[in-house]
Ligand binder design. Sequence first.
Ligand SMILES: [Cu+2]
Length: 493
Amino acid sequence: MSSRRRFLQRALAIGAGFLRAPELIAQSTQPGVGRVNKNHQPCDFDSAKVVHTPDVPDLPFTLDNGTKVFHLTAEPLKQQIAPNKSLILWGFNGSAPGPTIQVNQGDHVRVILENHLPEPTSMHWHGFEIPNDVDGGPGVSQSPIKPGERYVYDFTLHQAGTFFYHSHMAMQEMMGMLGAFIMHPKESYRPAVDKDFVILLQEYAVLPNNVVPNSMNMEFNWLTMNGKVGPAITPLIVRLGDRVRIRLINLGMDHHPIHLHGHTFQVTGTEGGRIPESAWYPGNTVLVGVAQARDIEFVANNPGSWMLHCHLPHHMMNQMSSNVGVMTRLPRGNMPTGVSMENGMGMLTGEPGVPAGDDYGPSLGRGMGVGSTNDQPTSNGPAGGQKAMADMPGMQRMQMSNESGNIAPNADSVPGFPQDAYMEGPMMAMDEMVDKPENYGLPAGWSGFMQGMMTFVRVLTPDRYDEVLRRIRQDEKQSMPSMPGMDVHGRKH
Ligand SMILES: [Cu+2]
């Protein structure tokens, strides 16, 4: 994909104006509403003095008598989470998660929050040891901020570590209102790292053919890292031998066991700050609970493109939902599609009193599943391979026929089939659609196996590292001429 198109997509993703009515969510095609994503600025890519939040902008500040002044706007926005897949979320400054804030320990900080949502909000500074009146507890430490109003949060920060900010309205959290707040220590951590990344973990429950998360639904089917789902998440690029820190932040309804291939890391920090070195502990999977942050550090001493992902199987999938439609398949032949809710969803019908009648009791409910005479070897695949392919425009659609050897000739007679055959693999690949410099050199078809909360740590040998960086810088240079003048808030003049 051309860098210009990527830039336009970015601009699309972050364009949002003051909300007067839901239909007024700005979807400007003007590149002018864009803002600089510092992560692709070559000048500081190699600097460990800042953290990088791939796919998420940094929040600039102004200085007022030594106070760092930040501006945040809570607003609806359109966020592209994958090719041809955008959601309407609520976030900050056109991004969900909101822009990353970086300050130094001891800084005096002022954050001016404008509420451009159609309802009250309040900002909580998660883990900050600050005065009660700026804690953001709505109705307790402050009045909720009404639509169109602003609230000034003013505090001096004596802590250091990986912190975050979020709306303290629970359902607004589930619409995306989270951002990283990094406090750099007065004295640098030892040992120093060469690369320092932030990954924010979020999840959305989006019903089929909808673009707005259903915040009451418990079935989360879009799992994001920094507002993108695999394979659209930007991999972390490191040089062989680099010491790497990854700061993981989770706010949602699920805990995420984040697993790194090929390396053993040390857990060096929590949402409460740095862990003393004597208490670091090794692992390759770290459980990042809801409302927690975990810092992990490792020496990238093993070359290759290593998966970094949540290990919950459903969190390694996109659009994983039993609500999608007919997903039942009999050993021989397919279930018909387009039938009623009762029949199509595999629900029991008839007399007497289904599904709670005496005839049906033994096969339903917890602890009652033995002795049933109704058991059938149904499975959870889509209606059929042909239909699955037809429903996925843009995929590389590798032949999934018997001749390709991907599907066994007797597949349809094997109970349980299909599991992954039509859900991940070569036919789900979209390498072209997610092409970017950071993906340079990955094997063809890679994108068919990376969904949901999955990305890479790419540990590159010096020559490959230099080549990827050259491409990132070239890409950025091409984007630059189309950048309009922006003020310090990243807004167009
Ligand atoms: Cu997970």
